[in-house]
Design a protein around this ligand. Structure first.
Ligand SMILES: Nc1ncnc2c1ncn2[C@@H]1O[C@H](COP(=O)(O)OP(=O)(O)O)[C@@H](O)[C@H]1O
Ligand SMILES: [Mg+2]
Length: 259
């Protein structure tokens, strides 16, 4: 049973693609206010799991809860209303829009306000735009992308696009953030900065983070708990130290068999 402390509960979740289980009877809880790492070999089902939590896919079996609320089958917008946001393994940006506009429209998209409402409240829109512009500039500064604010997002490198996507999340008021391989394509200096940003948001705003990562340094430095996935389900869960000592994990993932 879930407790009020649960940010996310995955209960016996299965997702099939053409009859093959990408996620297979997967169960775990993530406690509120923690930073949890998900590691595992390619094809283990990590991104599919994020797609299930984020409302991009619907599970074939099992349930997903955010806090105490069953969100199985919810759309991405519906889970966003509950404060859950995610980045994609391959970033989704608006390539022809500038960086600043990519950020400014994030909270507007999220509200899903009707065109009619917008037409009849242009004064309110103007006021909101000023607030979002200020916030977007702050976010670009944090991510060291402010010098590119008027560039089209399509011209960014893969790593910069991921930072921009993280920035879109920071434009909202997230309670839970899922990051899918955010460090890929980002240099060590910026990655260190990203770790600091995540730690600060986690501590100061009590935002729960769940990160899929291959970089074990990042996992070690950032995560209270590590979940190891193989073949669609959880092989082990524990602290970083417990995980690296675990024989099954060493054999299945870390490639340390016999050492
Ligand atoms: N949209 C899809 N259609 C068909 N198969 C998919 C799809 N998405 C993922 N898969 C398959 O599901 C399995 C898990 O993939 P994925 O969740 O991307 O793994 P990971 O993120 O751990 O590398 C893989 O075998 C992959 O080929
Ligand atoms: Mg993946």
């Amino acid at each position: 049973m879930s407790t009020p402390d649960n940010a996310i509960s995955i209960q016996n979740v299965t997702k099939l693609f053409w009859g093959i289980e990408a996620v297979s009877r997967c169960s775990f809880n993530i406690n509120g206010g923690t930073v949890t790492g998900i590691i595992g070999p390619n094809g283990a089902g990590k991104s599919t799991l994020f797609n299930l939590i984020g409302g991009q896919y619907i599970p074939d079996y099992g349930d997903i809860l955010i806090g105490e609320k069953y969100v199985t089958g919810f759309t991405a917008n519906q889970v966003a209303q509950r404060g859950l946001f995610r980045t994609f393994q391959v970033a989704h940006e608006y390539p022809r829009m500038t960086l600043i506009d990519n950020l400014k429209i994030a909270p507007i998209n999220q509200k899903g306000e009707s065109l009619l409402y917008n037409l009849f409240s242009s004064k309110k829109i103007k006021e909101e735009e000023i607030i979002y512009e200020k916030k977007a500039l702050e976010v670009l500064k944090i991510l060291e992308l402010d010098h590119l604010k008027n560039e089209q997002a399509g011209f960014l490198s893969g790593g910069q696009k991921k930072l921009l996507e993280f920035g879109r999340i920071l434009m909202s008021e997230p309670k839970i953030v899922l990051l899918d391989e955010i460090s890929a394509g980002i240099n060590r200096t910026l990655m260190q900065k990203l770790i600091t940003i995540i730690k600060t948001i986690n501590k100061e705003k009590n935002v729960t983070f769940c990160v899929i990562e291959h970089d074990m340094d990042l996992i070690k430095e950032l995560c209270n708990t590590v979940i190891v996935m193989t073949q669609g389900s959880v092989l082990a869960k524990g602290t970083f130290e417990e995980i690296v000592k675990n024989k099954e994990v060493q054999e299945a993932y870390l490639g340390l068999e016999g050492q």
